[in-house]
Design a protein around this ligand. Structure first.
Ligand code: HEC
Length: 103
């Protein structure tokens, strides 16, 4: 009986730690931001960005994606997001995009 209690306690603790993982929250926040703001132009599953392969206009790098997302490329129809998203959110979004297109 005592063992069951200890096991149960450990399980709850472990579950609590897993729930608090900040990296998971950041990824899911970035995924939500992507769906909300980018998905309708670039594909809900990033299809449009994945299809680019090695033919990215500004480059498939962290710096390029961050800059284009923040400042936009208005002449091409890509809006600037600096008024909507914080630098932190754009940073997380950029990492999310880079990770997802690699898959
Ligand atoms: C109104 C439609 C629209 C929305 C919404 C939009 N984009 Fe774009 N985006 C474009 C267009 C058009 C281009 C330039 C041409 C192309 O890449 O097809 C572009 C280009 C880009 C590029 C550069 C691609 C390259 O080839 O170098 C990135 C990165 C990008 N968008 C990210 C985002 C992110 C992140 C969001 C959401 C915060 C977003 N876009 C929202 C239309 C949009």
């Amino acid at each position: 009986m005592q063992q069951t209690k200890v096991l149960f306690f450990l399980l709850i603790t472990f579950w609590g730690i897993v729930q608090c993982q900040p990296s998971k929250k950041i990824v899911s926040q970035a995924a939500t931001n992507y769906l909300e703001h980018c998905g309708h132009c670039h594909g809900r599953n990033l299809e449009h960005l994945k299809e680019k392969g090695d033919k990215w206009i500004f480059g498939k790098t962290y710096e390029a994606i961050f800059k284009v997302t923040k400042e936009g490329a208005q002449e091409m129809g890509m809006p600037a997001w600096s008024a909507v998203l914080s630098d932190e959110e754009i940073k997380n979004l950029t990492n999310y995009i880079l990770k997802t297109i690699e898959k």
